[in-house]
Design a protein around this ligand. Structure first.
Ligand SMILES: [Zn+2]
Ligand SMILES: [Zn+2]
Length: 88
């Protein structure tokens, strides 16, 4: 099974984000993952491999709120004009 599928299965098909910087959820996000969801590395400073233990499933909305959004190599195709919508 691909890691991406394992991560989604672990999360019950839902976003595993628990960041406090997200406005749209308290506690866990639980948004249903479909379309362009992301695997987010827990630690920005490596190891740079993706394993089930160091990634969480994230919906697009949450992923845009991460510190590393737009800097990781896997988002290079995204426009760099994006501004994160943080809570006020
Ligand atoms: Zn989310
Ligand atoms: Zn979130």
């Amino acid at each position: 099974m691909a890691l991406r599928d394992e991560v989604r299965e672990r999360g019950g098909g839902r976003c595993e984000c628990t960041m406090k910087t997200c406005c749209h959820h308290r506690g866990r996000c639980n948004a249903i993952l479909r379309g362009e969801w992301q695997m987010h590395r827990r630690s920005a400073g490596g190891p740079y491999t993706y394993t089930l233990g160091n990634v969480i499933a994230m919906c697009q909305t949450c992923h845009r709120n991460t510190r590393t959004y737009g800097r990781g190599y896997w988002h290079l195709e995204l426009p760099n004009t994006y501004k994160a919508s943080r809570c006020q």
